[in-house]
Structures are given as structure tokens and as C-alpha cells.
Design a binder for this molecule. Structure first.
Ligand code: NAD
Length: 348
């Protein structure tokens, strides 16, 4: 058994978390969930959006699954998502993007992964007004060799582990010769240590166009924080949107936090109609991370089977099922699954 911290989150969070806990167990995942609070739920209960007990739980387990958290716009507390990333130095944001049959999208054969640097760049938060009248402002992008090297190395290691063939480094080093040049130069050095994996680099604007024209040509993309933020949503759009997108945040020392990338969906919270696919696929990544590969694959197969049929898909994907109906269908599909010889057999 592996213990993981479970933060159900706000809005639809508790509904999709309950569904995810059910399917992980049905897939044979050996996970003990330790519930912890963050976001609005934690403010209600403990008057603190990120209680120390939650931090301690993640520190101890080094593994967490997180539902969406409400972040107040303008005033109020600062984003708990950002605080968690900083607290645990979760420097690599990993977003696998795959076409899922049954999910409406414009493409049929997308299978790529975005590895985004999560801690530096324009998001380091160094900005100020240049003059007292606030007619000009300056934001500083910080790129370090240390930060570049660890995220690019992570991308190559990921490619090696997952049997992927190519890493494409995305940058704007033709204009930002120093900051982006440093990222690119570091990438070229790291690539020499992985001769078995192809390496190329691409300017970010050309990448955006090529992703739309021919996304099947990409394999692993590694890039800086701002470009990664934009490209990971762009690529989610290639396969049906944020509702079905999983994500992993990986830190040094093996700490890892998995999350659905959509928000708390306050408009449908409590109605029992939320789509739990993003969190379920994030749980599959978590299982894979702790080497529970068979349950991870079984869970993915179950999700894909349930998404194929409009009777078992949720309404946001043009289906007729509610959250529980979809979850039941995922579990049924895992119980009866075709083996490699095409014979239907009950799963062990
Ligand atoms: P949202 O993703 O919550 O909702 C956008 C639209 O998508 C809504 O119509 C919603 O009903 C729908 N939707 C989202 N997830 C769905 C699901 N699983 N199933 C069915 N429909 C789904 O974005 P928002 O409205 O901009 O944000 C609401 C709150 O969520 C804000 O407080 C925001 O800060 C927070 N948020 C949190 C995260 C996170 O924790 N990772 C990410 C984004 C937004």
C-alpha cells in the first residue's frame, strides 16, 4: 500500500474526488488516501487556505492528488496552487495530451507531452512600475542554468522511461538571446547525455502554428514557464479541452502532486453532473509514478471505454450520463476487458 494525500478541493472537487477514489480501487490500485484540506474548504474549516496539517501530510507522503481549488480574484488569499508549487519546489509541470476516442475534437492522432518549467521565467513575480505615475511597468523573466538543467533533464529522463523518441525544446532565443539563449544552450548540453533520444529546438511562434497544423509530429516538448502555460492549454484544446486533461507537478526529492487542470466549476457544483475524467486520468499518472503500472493502464482502458459511448459520457462531452453513471461505466469496463488475443475475460 502507498499512502497519498488527497485534497478533494472546492466546487465539484468532492464529487470528482469520490468518483476517482472508487475507480482507483476498482482498478486494483493499492493507495491509502489521507484526506487533507486546502482552498475555500480549508478556510471554512480552519480559517486557513493551506493549513499546516496539509503541508505536513504532503511532506510525509511526498505524493498528493488534488482537486480544483477556488482562488478569489483580486483581493483575498493568494493562490494555494502557486503556494503548493513553491513550498514543494514542484519545478516540472507535466501534461500528457492524447486524443481520446469519443471525446469531440478536431484531431485524431495526437500523442504528445508538455514539460513546463514551473518556478522561473516571467512568473518569478519580479515586476514593478517604472515611474510614480504608473505609466510604465516592467516584468523580469528570470532563467537560471540550474532551473533549466533540472527541467530539461527531467524531460529527457521522462522520454527515456516512457519509450518516447524525441524531445523538442521550445524557446524565443532569436530575440531573447540571453535568457532564452541560456535555456537553449543548456538544452543542447543536456541532450548530449541522451544520444538515444532525438533532440531539436523550435521557436515558440512556429511551434504554435505547427501544433495546429500537424500535432502528430510532436513527441515531448520542454519549455519555459510562460510558453509552457500557453502551449499546454493550446494542446489540451487539440484533444477536447481542459475537462479531460490530467497534470503532474514533480519536485526534487521525488515529491509529486497530481491534479485535474480545470477549475472548481461553481456553476455545476453539487448537481452530480461533473466530468471526473481529468482527475481520474491524473490518478492514473499517480499510479504510474508509484510503479503501479497495471492498475494505471487498467484505469485508462476503463475511462476510454466509458468515453466511447454517449450513454456513459457526461453532458459536457455531449453524453447523457451523470458523474455516478460515468463512474459506474468506467468500473464495468475494467471488469470486462479484452486481453491481447482479443478474447473477453474478467480482469483479475
Ligand atoms: P472552470 O474550469 O471551473 O469552469 C469553466 C467551465 O467549464 C464552466 O462552465 C464549468 O462548468 C466547466 N467545467 C470545468 N470543469 C468541468 C468538469 N470537470 N466537468 C464538467 N464541466 C466542467 O473555470 P473558472 O470558472 O474560470 O474558475 C472557477 C474557479 O476555479 C475559480 O475560483 C478559479 O480560480 C478556480 N480554478 C482552479 C484551478 C485549479 O485549482 N487547478 C484551475 C482553474 C481555475
Amino acid at each position: 500500500m502507498t499512502t497519498a494525500t488527497l485534497i478533494e478541493g472546492d466546487g465539484i472537487g468532492p464529487e470528482i474526488a469520490a468518483a476517482t477514489v472508487r475507480v482507483v480501487e476498482a482498478a486494483g490500485g493499492k493507495i491509502t488516501w489521507e484526506r487533507a484540506y486546502a482552498g475555500a474548504a480549508a478556510v471554512d474549516k480552519f480559517k486557513d487556505p493551506l493549513p499546516q496539517a496539509t503541508i505536513d501530510s504532503i511532506k510525509k507522503n511526498q505524493l498528493a492528488l488534488k482537486g480544483p481549488l477556488a482562488t478569489p480574484s483580486g483581493g483575498g488569499y493568494r493562490s494555494v496552487n502557486v503556494t503548493l508549487r513553491q513550498q514543494f519546489d514542484l519545478y516540472a509541470n507535466v501534461r500528457p495530451v492524447q486524443t481520446i476516442p469519443g471525446v469531440p475534437s478536431r484531431y485524431t492522432n495526437v500523442d504528445l507531452v508538455i514539460v513546463r518549467e514551473n518556478t522561473e521565467d516571467l512568473y518569478a513575480g519580479v515586476e514593478h512600475y517604472v515611474d510614480p505615475r504608473r505609466t510604465a511597468a516592467e516584468s523580469i523573466a528570470i532563467i537560471t542554468k540550474f532551473g533549466s538543467e533540472r527541467v530539461i533533464t527531467y524531460a529527457f529522463e521522462y522520454a527515456k522511461r516512457m519509450g518516447r523518441k524525441k524531445v523538442t525544446l521550445v524557446h524565443k532565443a532569436n530575440i531573447l538571446k540571453m535568457s532564452n539563449g541560456l535555456f537553449l544552450d543548456t538544452g543542447r548540453e543536456v541532450a548530449k547525455r541522451y544520444p538515444e533520444i532525438q533532440f531539436d529546438d523550435m521557436i515558440v511562434d512556429a511551434t504554435a502554428m505547427k501544433l495546429v497544423l500537424a500535432p502528430e509530429r510532436f513527441d515531448v516538448i520542454v519549455t519555459m514557464n510562460l510558453f509552457g502555460d500557453i502551449l499546454s492549454d493550446l494542446t489540451a484544446g487539440l484533444v477536447g479541452g481542459l475537462g479531460v486533461a490530467p497534470a503532474a507537478n514533480i519536485g526534487d526529492g521525488g515529491c509529486a502532486m497530481f491534479e485535474a487542470v480545470h477549475g472548481t466549476a461553481p456553476d455545476i457544483a453539487g448537481k452530480g453532473i461533473a466530468n471526473p475524467t481529468g482527475l481520474m486520468l491524473s490518478a492514473a499518472l499517480l499510479l504510474e509514478h508509484v510503479q503501479q503500472t497495471d492498475p494505471a493502464n487498467r484505469l485508462r482502458r476503463g475511462i476510454r471505454a466509458a468515453l466511447l459511448n454517449s450513454d456513459t459520457r457526461t453532458g459536457d462531452l455531449g453524453g447523457r450520463a451523470n458523474t455516478v453513471g460515468f463512474t459506474d461505466a468506467v468500473i464495468r469496463s475494467m471488469e470486462i476487458s479484452p486481453d491481447s488475443s482479443g478474447v473477453i475475460r474478467a480482469m483479475d
